[in-house]
Structures are given as C-alpha cells and as structure tokens.
Design a protein around this ligand. Sequence first.
Ligand code: 5GP
Ligand code: MN
Length: 329
Amino acid sequence: MESTQSLNSSLEEAKRFIELNDDFLVISHINPDGDAASSTCAMGWLLNKLGKRYVMANMDTMPTRFSYLTGIENVQLLQGLQKYEPFNHVISVDCADFYRFGELNTVFHEQAKLLNVDHHATNSHFGSSNLVDVTAAATAQVMYSLINYMNIELDLDIAKCLYTGLLTDTGGFRYQNTTPKVLEIASVLLSHGVSPTEIARIALETITPSHVAMLQCSLNTLSFHDSKKIAWIIASANDLMLTGATADDLDGIVRYPVNISGVEVGLLFKQLSERSFKVSLRSNDFVNVSQVAALFGGGGHIRAAGCTVEGDLHEVIARVVSACEKALL
Ligand code: 5GP
Ligand code: MN
C-alpha cells in the first residue's frame, strides 16, 4: 500500500469488516514471534472493546516470555477449536500468505470471509479484505492505525501490547524499519505508562539456558562463503534435542553470522527433519533477502526473511548460499 488514500480505504474496509460481523477467529503465523503475539492480542483487545465475540488461536503455543500481553492466556491451539462451529469470519494478523497460519484453515467455514492485516512486502493479498501496509515496521503498527482510525482510546494494556510488537520487529528500534513514525508511536505508547526497561528486558534481553546452549552448539558450525560476505550457522536436530531449545529459544541466534564485520548475508539452517530445513535469512545493507527466500517458496522482509527447503543439509546449504551469492552481484 503506497498512498495514504489506499491506506485509508483499507482501514475503512477493515473497520466495516469488524463492525458488521461477529464471532471472529483471530489467527497468526506458526512459531509466533513478538509481533504475531502482540497483534493477535491487540486484535482481541479491539474486538473486546467493541463488544464482539471472538476466539484467538495459533498452531503453536505463544512464547512464555510474552505472558504479560493482555489476553494471551486465551489464545487456543487447534485442538481447542473443535468445540466451535466452523468460523465464518476470520482475521489473520502478521501472515504474509495463506499457508503461514498452518492448519487453522481446517476450522474455517467453506464460505468464510477473511480480513488479512499485515505489513510484509511479500503479502499475497489473500484475504477477502486486506489491510496491508508495507511501510509499517510491524503488524502492531497497523493495529495502532486501525485502533486510531476506529477512535478507540488506548489504555496501558494495549500500549504494552503494541509497544512489544514495534520493539521486537525493529530489533529494539535498530533495524531499517525504525522510521520517524515508529518512534512517534512509541512515544505515544510510553505516555500511556509503558515501561521501556521492563519490556526490553523481557522481550529482548532475557535469554534461556537452552538459548545459550544452542548458541554454543551453533557457533561451532559457523562457516563462510569464499567472499566472506555470506556466513551461516546450523541448528541440527540432534543439538536441538540435546539442548531442548524451542523455536523461541533460537530467536536472535541468526544475528551472530550477520553481525560479523564484512558480512552482508547471515543465515541460520534449522533442521526440522532428516531432509527439511527452516532457513532464516538476514542482510545488512543491500541484499533483498525476501526475494532470495521467495525463490524457495518463502518470503518476509528486505532485511529479514525465511523459507523451508527440502534436501540433505549440504545440498540445501549449497542451494541457498548460491542464491545469496547471485543476489550479492
Ligand atoms: P524468521 O527467520 O525470524 O523465522 O523470519 C523472518 C521474517 O520472514 C519474518 O517476518 C517472517 O514472518 C518471515 N518468514 C519466515 N519464514 C517464512 C516463510 O516460510 N514464508 C514467508 N512468507 N515468510 C516467512
Ligand atoms: Mn511482523
């Protein structure tokens, strides 16, 4: 969405989708991160303010670090949805495509209408209504715009929630998506009583023993392309099992290869099964990693993207590194 006019018409469409319907299912992507958790809870908060009935759900459990988010304890897993009728009105948040929310589509009514609220440049506009602002740093920022557009007053709960999404998706207000607008919104949220120290500590700084153990293992696998501009690490299934690390425990590990001076692209290969790897891609200044991820059926943002690649480890690494090498030219 480039122009203010089209943003306004999408906000109006989203507002109508919410106002004219009821009994919503609110969902986000598998392995939810800070923005997915925040925008799910923010949508729940908004529906609650409007007196709407809704159920929030995710394929995976919400990271425990975000247990302070308003309503997060009510987010259901797929099994928990069996007691409801198929949902006619679905709202997805922070999902770039229809496959990102996994098998939650099995509880949609076959004629379900879907409102797609997101900020990924690779968003495929898969909803029957789409509120996609690719200039927003986080889906939490899109939620802020929607809440404002609907003239709902903020309180401390929603301020903490939106601040968490902004903070995590900008890497602590450091990545290139940290715009003047992001800091303006952060300022408004702080004025509602958010403690930046407390949220930064919980959302960004606290690491688990499993995270540290996995960091030790994966740093042992650090490898470089001949150019020294591409660096990668591996999280093998064996190491993941030995350390007991969850997807959330791996958060941030991909920053190590990309933060090495001289490196433009950093990669993390996380083994999902014998021949399946989740690849996290990060870049510093010029490689558009969302385009590289898209070559493998994934997507994301210019500087942070992901995809899943099948094959044996060495073949997968060779294919992804070669695609990054071409993107460096
Ligand atoms: P991460 O590497 O942290 O899993 O993901 C980085 C970014 O890429 C996030 O914005 C995430 O939503 C997106 N992403 C990760 N994996 C996929 C994928 O398989 N498909 C798409 N479309 N986006 C992905
Ligand atoms: Mn996001």
